[in-house]
Design a protein around this ligand. Sequence first.
Ligand SMILES: Cc1ncc(COP(=O)(O)O)c(C=O)c1O
Length: 450
Amino acid sequence: MRIQPKLNKTVTSFLEEKDIIFKASKTKASHFCFPEIITKRSKEIKSKFPEIDFYIAHKATKSLGLLKIVKENNLNIDVSSENELKNALKLKFKKIGCSGPKNDSYLNLAIKNDCLISIDSIEELNRINNKKSTILIRISDPLVSNRNLIKNKSKFGILKDELDEVYKILKKNKNITLKGFHFHKDGFDPGMKAGIIEYFLEETLRARNLGFFPDVINLGGGIKTQSFENPNEWHNYIKQIQEKIIQKEEINETWNEQNFGISLNSKNKIEGREKAQQPATNIDSKEFISQILNSKSKHKITIRQLLTECNVKLILEPGQSFFYDSGISVLPVIGSKKTVSGNLLVLNVNMFTLSSRMFEPLEDPILLTKNKKRQKFDCFLAGNLCREDDIIMNRKIEFNTKPKNKDLLVFLNTGAYKQSYEASNPQLQDSPNKYLALKINNKWKIKNDI
Ligand SMILES: Cc1ncc(COP(=O)(O)O)c(C=O)c1O
């Protein structure tokens, strides 16, 4: 079954430059990033949502070339480690948010540079030691209309029940300014995110009554966007897997009968389908954000109006939805062979090249080959490590031409996390080239990423 990735027009134009791509990836894999896509997205979100302060999540990319564009477009940055903070300082970002657990040197560097520090624990707050600083309190268990989100457990932030203790500490530590509240978690729909904002607005008013003046709510990332050309292709695929599970048939469409988390429970009912369907959405990130802002609050006005009335600024920290289509990855083929589960296409990369454990590629790659002979070929994609689990994607792929040694597979939409999050070089395997792809005077050029 084919599952087509959503194509960005800029990338489509670059894919016509086969000579450049083959030359660049002659000896090893290459990741390409497209600054033009980030310029366009930065301008778009700034003009569509002037009421939101965007702190773009550094963790989604290690491309300084792309982050430079983020800075040039006057967006802010969210960092989650000391080294990410050093990058942000090197690129001269004016407004830097610091999240994640912080050791002393990360915390002190954040204080020294006047960053907006998202406090992860009461101990972390105490370690600031009343140095002059501006903070957000990250809450791990916000309440939405009396519905506790605790079942979506989070390891980040403090418990809402600890807020009174926080306020007591802040009363004694007058150099620490409480700027607002922070929450990040994937997997919530716009209605639920609106509910979380309402909860934080109530807490904001409570804190103001206690003599603080928080005026920021940071809702993190986790903004959905569409990366499938046709989300129904994924829905149909999952239906097919589900049917096989119900019928107790062999799932030969996936490596080692992977089931994307779908199973039959003890009452013979299917479980996990909703989660498996989740990656396929037809809502784009701008629409997702608009739906949050336009949601009706329990005061009968929209979240947008409520934020304005309470004089509170919303911060979002998009990573995935901001960078996803700004990168592609080109993986060289070593060759093919047979296994008991079917054909295997072995690539000169490994499971860490596309962070496959964390973000398994779901969409079809594009084959670049000079071979003109048509020959249907289905196979699984494996890497070059001495590990049985070094599988690039669990889904069986169909090609119209049999891929051969030195052909290339292009994975689209690898710009967020996939290119870099798990990047490593086990067995001293080569790390991929990193390029910026730039259209200069209507001609494509590539240069090494910084
Ligand atoms: C605090 C924080 N903000 C923002 C993000 C980015 O989220 P996403 O890539 O889903 O937009 C993350 C991701 O882990 C995060 O932990």
